[in-house]
Ligand binder design. Structure first.
Ligand code: MRU
Length: 345
């Protein structure tokens, strides 16, 4: 079994502290939703599907923490918690998707205890569904990969970015499980190093052949035919097929196009935002320390100006296919994405 990133046990949320990886595999336990919000903000838990489920568990904690005597008071407390959890990270749509889903369920409850029970049940269900969806997506996506493929991935779209198994890395796992021999090239993914700290760690943990490259070697590896396919995850996908994902994804996709290398995205339907336009999406800007330091070591002059966007947008013309649990969308994406959602109804 792959790593389990986040879970609900004894009325608490348990998660791997991803800031400690790869040096220590440590689990942390929270029973206060404000601590969960801090954990999302500080990247103790990260990755779009993982923060969606963690947000839902945060609301479950808020329901248990509430001293409300009436259903109206409890819904008010949950609205407050939802706002605090929502404001942690703005780009991944899975967070608001998870929070809204739990709020809809809470509003159907007839008593305080019924709401508490239904919210906990729904959050746990969301976590279990996430694993099933990743496995379905993995199986579907594995058809696109062949024996002896070397697959590049950027950031971490693995078990650690979901509840377990992963989206992009789920496809890689399923390809390997289908008996094909594959190799993976993981980018380091500066500045937070989700590639070297997390992707390299979890693939090695599962015995998958992985080589690490600096982000600056993407062009070199492609030009020298050391990679023949790319797969990444996503934080938000628009109805037009514009993909928001970890900073640097756009560079990888542009380089893949230049070298005629297929570029795939794997994401559940909960990552789609069918309402927004590209300019509506807020790109999270993170603190300068991530760029001026590597860990605690300073690598830049004092008081240097820093631009540190956490995500970028890859336009649809650079994308070969988007793998979801409902099927694989191919260009033109506005039509194929619409069909995926119509089939779901
Ligand atoms: O800042 P992070 O680590 O939360 O960013 C994560 C990513 O960009 C992932 O690629 C994305 O969430 C897909 S996860 C299945």
């Amino acid at each position: 079994m792959t790593l389990r990133t986040v879970d609900w046990k004894d009325n608490s949320v348990i998660m791997i502290d991803q800031t400690k990886l790869p040096n220590k595999l440590v689990y942390v336990k929270f029973s206060d939703y404000k601590e969960v919000a801090k954990a999302i903000k500080n990247l103790v838990v990260r990755g779009a599907p993982a923060i969606g489920v963690t947000g839902a568990f945060g609301l479950a904690l808020a329901a248990l923490q509430s001293k409300a005597k009436t259903t109206n008071e409890l819904i008010q407390d949950l609205e407050t918690a939802k706002k605090i959890l929502f404001e942690t990270r703005p780009t991944a749509v899975n967070l608001s998707w998870g929070l809204e889903k739990i709020m809809r369920i809470a509003k159907q409850g007839q008593t305080v205890s019924e709401i508490q029970e239904s919210v906990i049940h729904a959050a746990k269900q969301m976590a279990d569904d996430d694993i099933k969806i990743n496995m379905t997506m993995g199986k579907l996506g594995s058809e696109l990969f062949k024996d002896n493929d070397t697959i590049m991935t950027h950031c971490n779209a693995g078990a650690l970015a979901t509840v377990a198994y992963g989206t992009a890395l789920g496809v890689i796992r399923a390809t390997k499980e289908s008996g094909k021999k594959i190799k993976v090239i993981a980018t380091e993914t500066r500045p937070v190093q989700q590639g070297s700290r997390l992707t390299a760690f979890e693939l090695k943990h599962d015995g998958i052949d992985v080589s690490l490259i600096p982000d600056t070697a993407v062009g070199y590896t492609m030009a020298n035919r050391l990679v023949n396919k790319v797969i990444v995850g996503a934080d938000r996908i628009l109805r037009t097929g514009h993909v928001f994902n970890k900073i640097g994804t756009y560079q990888v996709a542009t380089m893949a196009k230049r070298h005629g290398i297929p570029f795939y995205v794997a994401a559940p339907l909960s990552t789609f935002d069918l309402k927004s336009n590209p300019d509506d999406v807020i790109i999270e800007q993170r603190n300068a320390h991530e760029v001026t330091h590597i860990g605690d070591k300073k690598t830049a002059p004092d008081d240097i100006n820093v631009i540190n966007p956490a995500f970028d947008m890859t336009p649809p013309e650079l994308i070969t296919g988007i793998i979801t649990e409902a099927g694989i969308a191919k260009p033109p994406f506005d039509e194929s994405i619409k069909k995926l959602f119509e089939a779901k109804k």
